[in-house]
Design a binder for this molecule. Structure first.
Ligand SMILES: Nc1ncnc2c1ncn2[C@@H]1O[C@H](COP(=O)(O)OP(=O)(O)O)[C@@H](O)[C@H]1O
Ligand SMILES: [Mg+2]
Length: 358
């Protein structure tokens, strides 16, 4: 998949921008506050219906305006074209796909898989499990139809169970939530188990290429899965009551990164951990491409500044080698200089206005 004819109107500092990106590498430079991240946010909106920075439409809409609009043509690998549009007012989001109104943001994600790698994403190796879980959920959403709706049902059942635990409830009500949490959770687990294994070789390949060490990624289910989740819920009931929340299940799952059987966390320098984080994200993007035949669009914000020169080159070369459409921002063109920069379309942003440089 790649985007052409991107139009952004009234999104933060971006008043009105039309851009014809390259189907491959797009480098966006500009001073701090010029609107680089806002442009990536616009593309992210097209693939998800939401921002990666805020949940509030009022923050995204340009001050003094009533709504923002983003649109673009998505071109598939076989050349099919479809126009996507997202419009936001303070209280509503309107989605159009191929001229039809849609009510569900997940239809955007099906039409346009996007992956955003942000400075915060670099914590995927050393930080909390949330980031790793959202990465696995992102991948599974794309490779397994029906995953999202089961995940949503699971989360809803979990909220109900937790509410009941906090109220000190039990009996039949609790049993029926255990039933649902157990059933949806077991299904999520079986899909994660079935599909994520294939990502393992890809992660090894990317980490070997970027860091020089093959890193294994192992899926951890979130409970000791030698017993069913339903049984595990029953066994953890006393502990869960004390805590007022459910301590076992796929919402506690994780991806464990190790090399030669030893966890890499704590063994890597800060620079290496960041580079491995990039490798893991790129590997999952590659995994989704291989599994679905659809290449996600990659949005990479401000990462160049986080990596030293050598790692920056390794990272940019790896991205370029994937042959997918990428939008990469940096405050200075110098940060994006590498062997592949000659192939890239270069854009410069100033005060929310954009021009193509090369
Ligand atoms: N709703 C808004 N209306 C107008 N300007 C905004 C709005 N939200 C943020 N901005 C401005 O947009 C700029 C942020 O742009 P951003 O995309 O983060 O820049 P960059 O990534 O290049 O540093 C800031 O100057 C900020 O003041
Ligand atoms: Mg920025």
């Amino acid at each position: 998949m790649h985007l052409s004819r991107v139009r952004v109107q009234s999104l933060r500092i971006v008043d009105s921008v039309s851009l014809d990106p390259s189907p491959h590498l797009n480098f966006i430079t500009g001073a701090n506050g010029s609107g680089k991240s806002s442009l990536l946010e616009a593309i992210y909106l097209l693939g998800t219906g939401r921002s990666f920075r805020t949940r509030r439409n009022s923050e995204l809409i340009q001050r003094g305006e009533e709504k923002l609009c983003v649109s673009a043509t998505v071109v598939s690998g076989t050349g099919d074209q479809q126009i996507l549009g997202v419009e936001k007012t303070v209280s509503a989001t309107r989605i159009r796909i191929g001229g039809k109104n849609m009510w569900n943001a997940s239809s955007l994600a099906q039409s346009l898989p996007v992956m955003a790698i942000l400075p915060d994403s670099l914590g995927v190796v050393t930080g909390s499990a949330d980031l790793r879980r959202s990465l696995m959920d992102w991948a599974l959403f794309h490779v397994k139809p029906g995953y999202l709706s089961v995940l949503q049902s699971y989360k809803q059942a979990l909220r109900q169970r937790n509410a009941l635990l906090r109220q000190g409830g039990g009996g039949i009500a609790l049993e029926s939530w255990d039933e649902r949490v157990g059933e949806f959770g077991q299904l999520l687990h079986s899909w994660r188990q079935e599909y994520l294994g294939d990502a393992q070789d890809i992660v090894r390949g990317f980490s070997e290429r970027l860091l020089g060490i093959p890193v294994d990624v192992r899926y951890r289910p979130g409970w000791k899965d030698d017993i069913s989740l339903k049984l595990a819920l029953g066994r953890s009931l006393d502990a869960d009551r004390r805590r007022g929340s459910t301590t076992v299940g796929p919402h506690r799952a994780d991806l464990e990164l190790s090399s030669e059987g030893v966890a890499v966390r704590g063994r890597l320098s800060r620079g290496e951990a960041k580079l491995l984080a990039v490798a893991v994200f790129l590997a999952y993007a590659q995994y989704v491409t291989t599994r679905t035949g659809h290449k996600p669009v990659l949005l990479i914000d401000d990462l160049a500044a986080e990596l030293d020169e050598r790692n920056r080159h390794l990272f940019l070369d790896a991205v370029a080698g994937m042959g997918i459409q990428v939008f990469i921002t940096a405050s200075e063109p110098r940060l994006l200089e590498t062997d592949c920069s000659a192939e890239a379309a270069m854009f410069h942003v100033e005060q929310g206005a954009m021009r193509r440089v090369v």
